[in-house]
Write a protein that binds this ligand. Structure first.
Ligand code: SAM
Length: 310
């Protein structure tokens, strides 16, 4: 019996049909599951957060490697099958929740673990939560040692892109860490088979700036009109006069005629430093909070940590 037949039978015995709306493509190849966990490099003293365990293809291997696994699955229908599959595993907690909404620090504390415990994230993410989930993992105030994710190949390529092909996604990830594309997975390694290839990406946290919010303000403005020169996109997006945008770029030693996709992370960091030194970042923040409170005094201004677009 092939692996996918056995998974299909197990799902059927629990009356479960994979839900496309939740991105349910389950890994059927145990060798790939072992390899992914090996690539995560989990040490025995480290905690593992698994995002979307599905029916547990990775979970058992994670539990063998980690001190404890906290597996967060949104689909309540999968909880009984997970519990049965992993009944013999003692160092794991299965949680039915939306991984986009949980408080990871609280989960550690509630489990009796120190919130400074070293943690790693592992997940095979549905396409529709990939960007938001990456942002949550990278911004979580945890002692994160690494993140290993299976994502669509095209998304993996965008995450690891280099100057010339940068996007809001690559900047947002690379400001926080170093991403590497480690392995490709064909559709046949999943049941049901997805339409596209997948890839495993590892992100090793390495924060490049102390001012990510200001950097993201700049990047959002820069990428808002991809084909336009930075002097125009920054001036329009940040509501700065063109000569001020030109001077800011000159101070950061960046040609004002370049496009956002060509900038390296050190260049974004340099530009951010100039943006802050010139007082534009503070002016923009007070400008946005003034317009937020003017537009709806009952709704607090969004905290920038939660509002980074990828
Ligand atoms: N890790 C399993 C595997 O490799 O076989 C399952 C991967 S499947 C691509 C994605 C899983 O994420 C599904 O089980 C789905 O129900 C779950 N999921 C989707 N959205 C989620 C969310 N917001 N929070 C937690 N889990 C979610």
């Amino acid at each position: 019996m092939s692996n996918s037949t056995s998974i299909r039978n197990r799902l059927r015995s629990f009356g479960i049909t994979p839900r496309k709306s939740l991105g349910q493509n389950f890994l059927t190849d145990d060798d790939s599951a072992r390899r992914i966990v090996r690539l995560a490099g989990i040490k025995p003293e480290e905690m593992a957060f698994e995002i979307g365990p599905g029916i547990g293809a990775l979970t058992r291997h994670l539990a063998q490697a980690a001190r404890h696994v906290i597996a967060i699955e949104l689909d309540r229908n999968l909880i009984p099958i997970l519990q049965q599959e992993l009944a013999s595993v003692s160092n794991m907690t299965i949680l039915q929740a939306d991984a986009l909404a949980v408080d990871f620090v609280k989960l550690l504390r509630d489990g009796g673990f120190d919130e400074r415990s070293p943690v790693r994230f592992v997940g095979n993410l549905p396409y529709y939560i990939t960007s938001a989930m990456i942002r949550r993992m990278l911004e979580a105030p945890l002692n994160t040692r690494g993140i290993v994710l299976t994502v669509q190949l095209e998304v993996a390529e965008r995450i690891v892109a280099q100057p010339g092909d940068m996007s809001m996604l690559s900047v947002s990830v690379q400001v926080y860490g170093k991403p590497e594309l480690l392995m490709r997975l064909s559709p046949s390694t999943f049941f049901p088979q997805p339409d596209v290839d997948s890839a495993v990406v590892r992100i090793t946290p390495r924060r490049q700036t102390d001012n990510p919010d200001a950097l993201f303000d700049l990047a959002r403005a820069g990428f808002s009109q991809r084909r336009k020169q930075l002097r125009n996109t920054l001036s329009a997006g940040l509501r700065l006069p063109k000569p001020a945008a030109d001077e800011m770029l000159a101070d950061a030693a960046i040609d004002a005629a370049r496009r956002a996709e060509t900038l390296s992370i050190p260049e974004w960091v340099r530009l951010t430093d100039v943006y802050i030194q010139r007082g534009y970042a503070a002016a923009k923040r007070s400008d946005s909070s003034a317009s937020d409170s003017a537009s709806n005094s009952d709704v607090p201004a969004p905290t920038t940590a939660n509002s980074t677009e990828l």
